[in-house]
Design a binder for this molecule. Structure first.
Ligand code: PMP
Length: 432
């Protein structure tokens, strides 16, 4: 029955569809960490709607909150509503104390890429400058501007010139150092490169409106920024009065074990972009939170019809309550340690270049031991082999050579153990 729907979709839907090509199933229903396809096969879902289902599929308390809201009010533009008020309160309360009173919230909408566009536009308005610095290997969205900021060349090559004024700087990717240095032997020269070009008035990068940074590149292949790199970028942008935007679309809402990834680095951004995990159950909502001194937009400067999804607000406020009550962030940290223990031994396999991750965001980078090149074909086979064994995983990285997982944040130790066993089996079986 899955095959039948996949065939119908192939005729009627855009050629750009991606997941069903690599994971050929049609989904019937889901619950918690599991989903069932139309043929009755049950899978552990470690793709979780590209990381949106922070509390898994259909969490009963979120379903209850969203259902109650459904009969009350579904759409509210940017009028105040009790659901929006509770959501705003919950989001601000999750910020570190130092930021809580300084940040304002703007509802964008409804996807992560929309919020990225809004963040950049806000910084352009605030600074009167036009250029933006982004990092190699980053991903920020599929719209024209967010794609222009994306440093994954393969994805945007066919769009030709994109949006002008975007400059790419090396990112701290020690497994494949952008400056060809030995891992750990440098003084974050990758950040130094940006520093030199920003300070060089002749031929360097013009003073930009913003620097946009993912602290763990997700689509780029699960690459956590080195602490010294992130801190140096923060110090530099502060000194030069350049707003720092952190794109927490994927890392935010607890994914890395703190509410936002920037907390792990002890840095304070000027603008936070959040979306995926905000509702806890995959309802569309996207926000930016920014320092009050950037509150420069005139009324109506950034509008949009779908900026007030009341269902997402209701579920999102409830998600924060559940996450706090159940110490879900503690679970993220513990399950992350468990994954590290279970997957790191895979590096004994010559095809496994690196196992890396933080919290519940992990990747196994596969490389050809003969030349060190990305083992893309192997990664695709591993994804298929995992699916046949009952686990849904994602691929990422510059050449799709990183097997990625984004489990629900409330996943149990048993499910993590089963999933890691499948990954190990699939990697070892496929690389024979
Ligand atoms: N930023 C990051 C870091 C992301 O991972 C994504 C989505 N993968 C986006 C932005 C874009 O979000 P959306 O697909 O909801 O537009």
């Amino acid at each position: 029955r899955s095959a039948e729907l996949l065939a119908r979709q192939a005729v009627r839907e855009s050629n750009a569809r991606t997941y069903p090509r690599r994971l050929p199933i049609a989904i019937a229903e889901a619950s918690g960490s599991f989903l069932r396809d139309l043929d009755g096969n049950v899978f552990i879902d470690f793709l979780t709607g590209a990381g949106v289902l922070t509390l898994g599929h259909n969490h009963p308390e979120l379903v209850r909150a969203a259902t109650a809201q459904l009969t009350r009010l579904t759409h509210g533009l940017d009028f105040p509503t009790p659901a929006k008020d509770a959501f705003t309160e919950a989001q601000l309360a999750m910020l570190p104390a130092g930021l809580r009173d300084r940040m304002k919230i703007h509802f964008c909408g409804p996807t992560g890429g929309d919020a990225v566009d809004a963040a950049v536009k806000l910084c352009k308005t605030a600074t009167g400058r036009g250029d933006v610095v982004a990092f190699q290997g980053g991903f920020h969205g599929s719209g024209h501007a967010a794609m222009a900021l994306t440093g994954l060349v393969r994805q945007k090559q066919p769009v030709a010139n994109g949006v002008p004024g975007v400059h790419f700087s090396p990112y701290s990717y020690c497994a494949r150092c952008p400056l060809d240095l030995l891992p750990g032997t440098c003084d974050t020269n990758c950040a130094g490169q940006l520093e030199r070009s920003l300070r060089d008035g002749n031929g360097g990068v013009p003073l930009p409106a913003a620097v946009i940074l993912e602290l763990v590149q997700g689509e780029g292949g699960v690459i956590p920024a080195r602490r010294s790199f992130a801190r140096r970028i923060r110090a530099l942008t502060r000194e030069l009065d350049i707003p720092l935007i952190v794109d927490e679309v994927q890392t935010g809402c607890g994914r890395t074990g703190t509410w936002f990834a920037f907390e792990r680095y002890d840095i304070e951004p000027d603008v936070i972009v959040a979306s995926k995990g905000l509702s806890g159950m995959g309802l569309p909502v996207a926000i930016i939170m920014y320092d009050r001194r950037l509150d420069v937009w005139a009324p109506g400067a950034h509008i949009g019809t779908f900026r007030g999804n009341q269902l997402a607000f209701a579920a999102g406020a409830e998600a924060v309550r559940v996450i706090r009550r159940d110490d879900v962030l503690g679970n993220v940290r513990r399950r992350g340690e468990q994954i590290a223990e279970l997957l790191t031994p895979l590096t004994a396999n010559p095809w496994v270049k690196e196992v890396r991750g933080v919290g519940l965001m992990w990747g196994v980078e596969l490389a050809d031991p003969r030349d060190g090149g990305p083992a893309t074909e192997l990664a695709h086979r591993v994804q298929g082999a995992a699916l046949r064994r009952g686990l849904i995983v994602e691929l990422g990285g510059r050449a799709d050579c990183v097997v990625r997982i984004l489990p629900p944040l409330n996943v149990t130790a048993e499910v993590v153990a089963a999933a890691c066993a499948i990954i190990a089996e699939a990697v070892n079986a496929c690389s024979l």
